[in-house]
Design a protein around this ligand. Structure first.
Ligand code: SF4
Length: 187
């Protein structure tokens, strides 16, 4: 992969995400020290995400690398469906700059390619979008759906990986996201 091209993509992508976070700030409770998104999940990483993660990982010192690899070894032996991300240390991402596309979108409300809302799971925890979340039906309330004020669409509004990999910018830069797997299954 061309790191340079991927970083060019990330520059634009991060900029779009910043607009989305700003647009949705009224509904978000994301702050430093909140790591729910990294404490329970399977963390889908594309091949490209994984290569970039490794690019950052290899730049860290050996003690850090050994510690992370030890956690991954344990997780692989247990093979859980949902797990605490091995890169989470003291409630912070220890590889933040090199995290995946999915990690970058944690907390936002977005849209699947079929138009359905993709709701941050912490709505169940009385956090993001909880005011407009029907816990029983596990969907956004009619009130929010009708307001549609969350439909301000920067380029990457639909954060589904299928949509992202088809963006013109991705094609222009010749990026190939490749296969998507749970983080620990890349090791
Ligand atoms: S890589 Fe970082 S941001 Fe992504 S799940 Fe792990 S700790 Fe969280």
């Amino acid at each position: 992969m061309s790191i340079e091209n991927y970083e060019k993509f990330l520059e634009v992508f991060n900029d779009d995400l910043a607009k989305m976070f700003d647009n949705q700030k009224e509904h978000l409770h994301c702050k430093e020290g909140c790591s729910f998104c990294c404490e329970r999940g399977d963390y889908p990483f594309s091949h490209l995400d994984f290569e970039y993660l490794m690019y950052g990982f290899k730049q860290q010192d050996k003690a850090y690398q050994d510690m992370i690899m030890e956690k991954i070894k344990k997780l692989k032996a247990e093979n859980p469906k949902s797990y605490v991300c091995p890169f989470l240390i003291d409630k912070k991402c220890s590889i933040y700059q090199y995290r995946s596309i999915t990690c970058r979108t944690f907390g936002l409300l977005s849209q699947f390619s079929d138009g359905e809302a993709s709701i941050p799971f912490c709505a169940n925890l009385d956090l993001n979008y909880s005011k407009y979340f029907d816990k029983e039906k596990q969907c956004i309330t009619k009130e929010l759906a009708e307001k549609r004020d969350w439909i301000v669409q920067p380029r990457v509004f639909s954060l589904n990986i299928k949509t992202i990999r088809n963006l013109d910018l991705v094609k222009e830069l010749g990026l190939d996201f490749g296969e998507v797997k749970s983080l620990i299954h890349w090791f």
